[in-house]
Design a protein around this ligand. Structure first.
Ligand SMILES: [Zn+2]
Length: 503
């Protein structure tokens, strides 16, 4: 994710800066763009919900409500490993006096990680039916947690298929103060972090459980639909609607799944190194503006190629990007096809495509480790500028250190554990990026290059924690770096200007 203008050497872009956290931004945008701002009532009476919770508490084979991330206790679910999502959604745009509607089903192929008499999924929409291996299941829907009780209990290690059906207004829902449905009467893009899935499909909504995806979206036949990975088919249904099918063949975290529908100009091609590219710009922008956006976006293939020379092979089967007119005010690293909310600039494109390695392929195991995404993407913006005749990463680090040295609020954030409401705070990005620039100077460019490439290769399609990165940095460099990382990631003051700290 990328938002606002921080530090030295970034291209100027968004008028707004220094926001405490993205959640607040998103909430503000959603309220501004939504006619109604009341929170939807969760389905199921309080009695039903507390009854289900009581039964779950008594039953030792109930899957936990969350995956175990202390930042967001209800994110993800216990006892299940989703292998594949097959999303089949129909979206009806809002019309005068009529709210938007999202109906359809999510089919999840799951492996049980424990015996399960019941299990949870994350879904804000009200479920209308749930089947497990083709048999109707009991369920309680509401308040983000969909509790499913199959007719027959499931054994540890068993593979099973769950179908969840829904028909609801996604714009009516908020979660943790976030109103993340981003749409108007002409365009919709499902983009947000860390929460987005529960507005449009039933999910084990945490990056620790990645899965492959088939995403089919049915909507008005004059709309173009984009999503992750490769487009498989578009079928005209003969009733004014069309169904577009996309496939993400590599494992993906749930928040990185997206679809966009609207009047998009689409360009497909291949990067010089041979990676298929699909990019799109909304025709809601005027022709001149659209041309300016394309001058940046059309370089997605070349930027991906350059990142391969830095980081090793691109982890996925296609690349590109999408610029929407919807004023998200941020860009997001949706897998294979980052989304840009209202603008794109060269540095932001480098940031989002760098996330394909760090954030998407190598994902966080806990949200507290978010600097492993944002610090890395920010460092690669600086590295890209250096490699293209700009400021060196070391000078970039030193200039930021100079400018920020006396700013206590900046150094107060523990970027290896910033807290759930600060995962997108400025220091996570900038101090994180400066950490890597300093590390490169400390261990040398050759070892640093080996480190980043080995990190990307070793943990491809996996998840990571900060301690693992420190251990690999020590192994690759043959140095003890505990003091270095304490000073750069955790100490509540600017690192001293010492050789040990990478100066
Ligand atoms: Zn980012």
């Amino acid at each position: 994710m990328r938002n606002g203008e921080w530090g030295i050497g970034r291209a100027r872009r968004l008028p707004r800066a220094r926001l405490a956290g993205l959640t607040a931004v998103v909430a503000a945008i959603a309220v501004a763009s939504s006619a109604l701002s009341c929170s939807a009532e969760p389905a199921g009476s309080p009695e039903q919900r507390s009854g289900a919770q009581a039964r779950a508490a008594q039953d030792s084979t109930a899957g936990a409500a969350g995956i175990g991330d202390p930042y967001y206790r209800l994110d993800g679910n216990g006892g299940i490993d989703v292998l594949h999502y097959d999303i089949d959604d129909t979206y009806a745009f809002a019309r005068s006096g009529v709210r938007p509607r999202l109906s359809g089903s999510t089919t999840l192929r799951i492996r049980a990680r424990q015996d399960l008499a019941s299990f949870h999924l994350d879904l804000l929409l009200e479920a209308t039916a749930v089947r497990v291996d083709g048999v109707d299941a009991g369920f309680v829907s509401g308040a983000h947690e969909l509790v499913v009780t199959p007719a027959t209990a499931i054994d540890r290690g068993q593979r099973f298929e769950v179908v969840v059906e829904y028909d609801d207004d996604p714009s009516a829902y908020s979660w943790r103060g976030e109103r993340n449905w981003l749409a108007n009467a002409r365009e919709v893009v499902t983009m947000n972090q860390p929460h987005m899935a529960a507005w449009w499909f039933a999910a084990n909504d945490h990056p620790r459980d990645k899965a492959t995806f088939d995403i089919a979206i049915t909507t008005d036949d004059d709309k173009t639909v984009l999503s992750n990975g490769r487009r498989i088919a578009r079928e005209d249904n003969g009733d004014g609607t069309a169904t577009t099918r996309w496939r993400m063949a590599d494992p993906m975290a749930t928040y990185l799944a997206f679809f966009a529908a609207g009047d998009f100009q689409v360009r497909t091609g291949t990067s010089p190194a041979g990676i298929p590219v699909t990019s799109a710009v909304s025709r809601g922008f005027g022709a001149a503006k659209r041309q300016r956006l394309w001058t940046v976006l059309r370089r997605a293939g070349r930027v991906t190629d350059w990142l391969q020379t830095e980081l090793g092979p691109y982890p996925f089967d296609s690349t590109g990007g999408l610029v929407t007119t919807l004023p998200a005010g941020f860009a997001l690293e949706n897998q294979t096809r980052p989304t840009y909310g209202g603008w794109i600039d060269a540095s932001t494109q480098v940031h989002e495509l760098a996330h394909q390695w760090f954030g998407d392929s190598v994902a966080v195991d806990r949200w507290r480790d978010i600097w492993l995404n944002e610090g890395f993407a920010t460092y690669l913006e600086a590295r890209y500028r250096e490699a293209h005749g700009g400021l060196s990463t070391q000078r970039w680090m030193r200039r930021n250190h100079d400018a920020l040295r006396g700013l206590r609020s900046f150094w107060k954030v523990d970027i290896a554990d910033p807290g759930p409401d600060r995962i997108f705070a400025e220091p996570v990005y900038l101090r994180g990026g400066m950490t890597l620039a300093a590390l490169r100077h400390r261990i040398g460019a050759a070892d640093f290059r080996t480190l980043l490439r080995r990190w990307a290769a070793k943990h491809a399609d996996g998840t990571v924690r900060t301690g693992e990165f420190i251990a690999l940095a020590e192994k690759v460099s043959g140095r003890r770096l505990g003091g270095f990382f304490r000073a750069w990631l955790r100490a509540p003051k600017a690192p001293a200007r010492t050789r040990a700290n990478g100066f």
